[in-house]
Design a protein around this ligand. Structure first.
Ligand SMILES: C[S@@+](CC[C@H](N)C(=O)[O-])C[C@H]1O[C@@H](n2cnc3c(N)ncnc32)[C@H](O)[C@@H]1O
Length: 215
């Protein structure tokens, strides 16, 4: 509970209620610095919660005629992963929602953005056809390691060369997430040209190498 209170307090101080947890500005900075808009494909986010980050990605994507696929189960009780002191992810989400419907808050946030494709499903039931290309993906859904691996496998095969895939919660209070990401990086090391950790936001980004991306 102490972690939950500390976590909530830090977010309340930093941001208004309907924004994102992560601070998607750092993702957009990286996307822009690498000029990912020049690549062919769309953006994808797994775990959008109240849609604040989805909105930021969608505004960027719309400038280049790209879509944002936003996947979320929209059940704030679904993720029971706990930090070592026992704070469960679902408790954090429910505290933020203060009794509101997650889906209603999200729908209000993305209203009017016609390039958002919302997929209201458990990510284990989601897959994309081979022809769907992604230039950028961000994984911040269920924090159980089997979901982290599942979510990677949804995006990575369809990521184009020089495309970027990011994870939230790297090197923070969910050690199994970090271990799973490290294992994925080791397993795919030949396909990754660069990794970049953004420590303040607990993000790790991996850039797909030339010659191994979706063509
Ligand atoms: C940490 S929140 C995402 C926060 C968001 N990235 C942001 O910065 O605002 C994690 C999200 O994953 C969703 N989630 C949990 N289990 C899921 C599952 N099995 N499939 C899809 N989404 C899931 C939750 O509903 C929640 O909205």
């Amino acid at each position: 509970m102490q972690t939950l209170r500390r976590f909530l307090r830090s977010l309340w101080l930093q941001k208004p209620l309907t924004t994102d947890f992560v601070g998607y500005e750092v993702l957009l900075d990286f996307i822009k610095a690498r000029a990912l808009h020049r690549l062919e494909g769309d953006l994808i986010e797994i775990g959008c919660f109240m849609g604040g980050g989805t909105v930021k990605l969608a505004r960027y994507a719309s400038k280049y005629g790209k879509r944002v696929f936003a996947i979320d189960v929209f059940d704030p009780t679904a993720d029971v992963t706990a930090t070592p002191d026992g704070t469960r992810m679902c408790d954090i989400y429910l505290a933020f929602l203060e009794g509101r419907s997650q889906l209603e808050v999200y729908e209000q946030a993305v209203r009017g953005l016609d390039n958002v494709v919302t997929i209201k499903q458990d990510s284990k039931t989601v897959s994309f056809p081979a022809e769907q290309k992604f230039i950028f993906g961000f994984i911040d859904g269920n924090h159980q390691p089997d979901y982290v691996r599942n979510d990677f496998n949804i995006i990575w095969p369809n990521l184009v060369a020089s495309g970027v895939l990011g994870f939230h919660d790297y090197n923070t209070e969910l050690p199994e997430v970090t271990d799973c990401i490290d294992a994925l990086i080791a397993e795919h090391t030949d396909e990754i040209s660069e990794t970049k950790e953004i420590k303040p936001q607990h993000i790790i980004l991996m850039v797909k190498g030339q010659g191994v991306g979706k063509v």
